[in-house]
Design a protein around this ligand. Structure first.
Ligand code: NI
Length: 171
């Protein structure tokens, strides 16, 4: 297993619509395990394949407190959503230091293929639901700041730029 470099916004791969995984090869299994290690190391609660440079429909998640409930989703699809919405602060490993409120469905039902090639369904609420929606957005070339108003989007980008300049200065 290895920790992979995380692609930073606004790298064009983060706005690419990812292609489905057609076969679960050893490469896919290795990538999924490297993504999990990268996510835990960061640390984060979710990571999508485009964030490590692969434009394919694969995500890893672990929202558990003890970091012992890894879920790997291949070709995930939202098949049902609640009418109820929630609004909470989100961040992203590709936009470090940026936290903004985003509206999400309170509950989602997601169908996906697991690493053994089996079809699975997860009914999610709370953090898992929000995290699934955030990560699945990445597969459609969307980052969480794309949900913001123009004004807030510009403000987030300016903050990110400033933060990077400060970091460069420090190094
Ligand atoms: Ni993200």
């Amino acid at each position: 297993m290895s920790v992979l470099p995380i692609v930073q916004f606004p790298n064009p791969i983060l706005s690419t619509v990812c292609t489905p995984v057609t076969e679960i090869t050893d490469e896919i299994r290795t990538l999924a395990s490297d993504m999990a290690q990268t996510m835990y190391e960061a640390p984060g609660v979710g990571l999508a394949a485009p964030q490590v440079g692969h434009a394919i429909r694969l995500i890893v998640l672990d929202v558990s407190e003890n970091k012992d409930n890894l879920i790997t989703l291949i070709n995930p699809e939202i098949i049902a959503t609640s009418d109820e919405w929630v609004c909470g602060e989100e961040g992203c490993l590709s936009l470090p230091g940026i936290w903004e409120k985003v509206d999400r469905h309170a509950q989602v039902t997601v169908k996906y293929t697991d690493l053994d090639g089996k079809s699975q369904t997860v009914e999610a609420d709370g953090l898992l639901s929000v995290c699934l929606q955030h990560e699945m957005d990445h597969l459609d070339g969307k980052v969480f700041v794309d949900h913001l108003s123009r004004l807030k989007y510009d403000r987030a980008c300016a903050k990110l730029k400033k933060r990077r300049l400060q970091e460069k200065h420090r190094n």
